[in-house]
Design a protein around this ligand. Structure first.
Ligand code: GLN
Length: 482
């Protein structure tokens, strides 16, 4: 009830939820109470979660925040959400996101932008989204405690899981599901002072999650702290016969890794992540992270990941290529929107022209181009080769004894809504992913953990990258930083 009330009060400010399910939440919570009374509760009994609109939820709004999926309510449940419900979690509703998860600011959503609960502070004081224990429980009041001391410019929460990050940050859910194809869990977590982990490719089933780029997509949680993220990931992860890329490995008790010492651990610092024009605040934060881990007994080693500079261009070939193929299914016949035409071809054209937004169309065009005869070898095949080289860079670093790699999560703090530079040049928006896409290209686990504030009082995150299927070490190390 407290969360439902908080959403009622604050969602108009943040636009984090695109659909709410209060009746369902109450029903699920009652069932939880009954299970607890019988003494057979699961790990997440009664925990209210927000679900990114990318996950299929039976009978509930699932539109990837696209117009083309208007009215789509699946008859099935994604494996991730089914796992969460099986452990007793409660669904509060569906969360806003960039259309088909394409974006870094949550501004490509058909449902409009999400607003970051954090605001720049002119007086350089720390401005947290304020919440207090009201009569009915938590009340999120949306940030403006003393309006005078704030710069009122609205900031983006990052993307594509902007609704997930904003909802967690503003206390509009206890945790959220999210997905990460090139940074979409980690970058919004960094922009909102929350924790987000992209697990190893194959750790979490992709079944029932709307596909963007199938070889890169991976779901994970956004949570308020490292422990919550560990608990949620344990529940989300599973091998699944319905996703042949999910991996049959035991899911460890991630929570048990928290609090373990990092003494003797080798932390790699890749020199290629020191990019031109990186704000001083970010460099300073990175140094602080290094110092914290060194003080905790870890050994810091300089490493080189020489192909880092090719990761972003290669990603923006591979991801659109796969997207152009995955999005072919939105044809006006099988799902959602249908705009009639004089024949079936014209119906396809009309539906896709009206149903997809600008960024999605841009990706479909890039993807179709790089896959077409004559360009396939020059672009797509080259990008796949580069991908192998990026993966090898990491393999060599880990083979040399590095346990975890520490980098900044993003090259900046949250920027303004409708930023003119980014609107004028899509490549500027793509640069947000510079520290995160390498991890998806290599299929590795990566976590973003809040580590401090910039000069305007905005949160900044550090990223830890681990060995395949070694999420435990990420939780262990991230807990030292948080
Ligand atoms: N910003 C990246 C993109 O637009 C990443 C998106 C994602 O991780 N889903 O492709």
């Amino acid at each position: 009830d407290a969360y439902v009330k908080a959403i009622d009060q604050a969602n108009a400010t943040f636009n984090a939820y695109v659909a709410t399910t209060p009746e369902k939440a109450r029903e699920m919570a009652k069932a939880s109470d009954a299970r607890l009374a019988r003494g057979d509760g699961g790990a997440l009994e009664g925990i209210p979660l927000g679900i990114k609109d990318l996950f299929a939820t039976e009978g509930v709004h699932t539109q990837a925040c696209s117009h083309v999926l208007d009215g789509f309510e699946p008859r099935y449940e994604s494996t991730v959400t089914a796992n969460l419900w099986a452990d007793g979690a409660v669904m509060l509703g569906k969360l806003n996101m960039d259309e088909f998860a394409m974006g870094s600011s949550n501004e490509t959503s058909y449902y409009g932008p999400v607003i970051n609960p954090w605001r720049r502070s002119r007086t350089e004081t720390v401005v947290m989204p304020t919440t207090h224990q009201g009569d009915g429980g938590f009340v999120a009041s949306g940030g403006a405690r003393t309006a005078r001391s704030y710069d009122n410019m609205q900031l983006v929460p990052g993307g594509s899981s902007g609704g997930s990050a904003a909802a967690v940050s503003a206390f509009l859910c206890a945790g959220a599901t999210a997905t990460d194809t090139g940074g979409s869990i980690r970058q919004p977590a960094a922009f909102t002072g929350t924790v987000g982990i992209k697990p190893t490719y194959g750790r979490v089933s992709r079944w029932g999650t709307v596909a963007f780029a199938s070889s890169l997509d991976q779901a994970g949680p956004i949570a308020r702290d490292v422990r919550d993220a560990a608990i949620l990931l344990k529940s989300m992860a599973s091998v699944d016969a319905k996703d042949t890329t999910s991996v049959d490995l035991p899911v460890p008790d991630y929570e048990a890794a928290i609090g373990k010492s990092v003494k003797g651990m080798k932390i790699g610092i890749p020199k290629e992540y020191r990019v031109d024009g990186m704000p001083e605040d970010i460099e300073a934060l990175w140094q602080k992270g290094i110092a914290w881990l060194r003080d905790a007994g870890a050994e810091i080693v300089d490493i080189s990941l020489p192909h880092t500079k090719y990761a972003l261009p290669a990603y923006y070939i591979v991801a659109p290529a796969e997207a152009s193929s995955n999005l072919a299914r939105y044809d006006g016949v099988r799902y959602g929107l249908r705009v009639p035409g004089k024949d079936i071809i014209e119906m396809y054209e009309n539906t896709r022209a009206a149903g997809f937004g600008r960024e999605v169309k841009r990706r479909i065009m890039i993807g179709t181009y790089v896959l077409s005869a004559g360009y396939y070898d020059a672009y797509y095949l080259q990008a796949q080769k580069v991908r192998t080289l990026i993966k090898r860079d990491f393999e060599l670093a880990f083979a040399a004894g590095v346990d975890v790699i520490l980098t900044p999560a993003t090259p900046s703090a949250a920027f303004g809504v409708a930023d003119e530079d980014m609107a004028a040049d899509p490549v500027k928006m793509y640069l947000n992913d510079i520290f995160t896409v390498t991890v998806n290209m290599a299929g590795l686990p990566g976590i973003a953990v809040p580590a401090g504030l910039d000069g305007h009082g905005l949160p900044l995150g550090l990223q830890l990258i681990g060995r395949p299927f070694d999420e435990e070490t990420l939780f262990q190390t991230a807990h030292v930083i948080e």
